[in-house]
Design a protein around this ligand. Structure first.
Ligand SMILES: Nc1ncnc2c1ncn2[C@@H]1O[C@H](COP(=O)(O)OP(=O)(O)OP(=O)(O)O)[C@@H](O)[C@H]1O
Length: 244
């Protein structure tokens, strides 16, 4: 099957860094799957996610994304095209920082559509549907400060899907949540996968990784284990084993 996302030789050398944060990473991500990215603090997880998503420009390598209009190299796209790709085809669920505190839950979701040129009334109607779908009916007019951490993550998950994004990047989406709320948030992200989307999630949480179809582990900017490769080679490795 053609990968949805394919990185080759992905390398990121931050200015002043003694060693590269990412060192020639090759990674294929199939459509419709869930991939957990694990590894110790500083191993390069967030850098990998940001390079895959076109947030950071890598110093070398390519990231081919099978966009709706054909394959594009995220690593070398111009700034405007990268911004459009992120807006229209990719969804983001981060621990914090992506939602706007001065906007209501409804506006935070609707704005993702309005940035794509959808009229406000239609964008708000679609946003309301997603909020209801994610269990936030009645909370549309609340501002961020009036929502719990789990509710705010539901808004982020609604926002990540309202545009029709096929690929969702999540960075520690459950990092600030208690275990019950974490499970609920993960349930919603995996429901998006069951509906045909693809999920790449950076996590320190072995429970999150265990529920993903595949786990990739980084160490010092390199992939040191990958359950998909282990399975292809005939050796089944559990995420708990590979994360150690
Ligand atoms: N903007 C930056 N400038 C310079 N070095 C950076 C920058 N961002 C990250 N690094 C370095 O790159 C390496 C990888 O960082 P990254 O944040 O990708 O790791 P991580 O695995 O996501 O860590 P954590 O689990 O702590 O979030 C680290 O050595 C870090 O110090």
């Amino acid at each position: 099957m053609t990968p949805l996302l394919s990185a080759r030789g992905l390398t990121m050398q931050y200015p002043g860094g003694a060693t590269p944060a990412l060192d020639a990473v090759d990674l294929d991500i199939a459509p419709g799957t869930s991939v957990a990215v694990m590894g110790a603090s500083g191993s390069g997880k967030t850098t990998l996610l940001h390079c895959l998503a076109g947030i950071l420009r890598p110093t070398a390598g390519s990231v081919t994304f099978a966009s709706g209009s054909g394959p594009v190299d995220v690593a070398t796209l111009g700034d405007d095209a990268r911004a459009r790709l992120r807006r229209e085809e990719l969804g983001f669920v981060f621990q914090q920082g992506l939602l706007l505190g001065e906007l209501t839950a409804l506006e935070n979701v609707a704005v993702a559509r309005m940035l794509g040129g959808v009229p406000r009334a239609q964008a708000e109607a679609e946003a309301a549907q997603w909020l209801t779908h994610l269990g936030l009916a009645g909370m549309e007019q609340r501002r961020l400060g009036e929502l719990s951490g789990g509710q705010a993550q539901r808004v982020a998950i609604a926002r990540a899907q309202v545009t029709g994004a096929r690929l969702i990047f999540a960075d520690e989406p459950t990092g600030a949540l208690d275990s019950t709320t974490s499970e609920e948030v993960l349930d919603l992200l995996l429901a998006a996968v069951a509906a045909g989307r693809t999920l790449v999630v950076v996590t320190h949480d072995a429970d999150v990784a265990r529920r993903c179809a595949r786990t990739v582990v980084l160490r010092d900017g390199r992939v040191v284990s990958d359950t998909a490769l282990a399975a292809a080679a005939g050796g089944a490795a559990t995420p708990g084993e590979v994360a150690r």
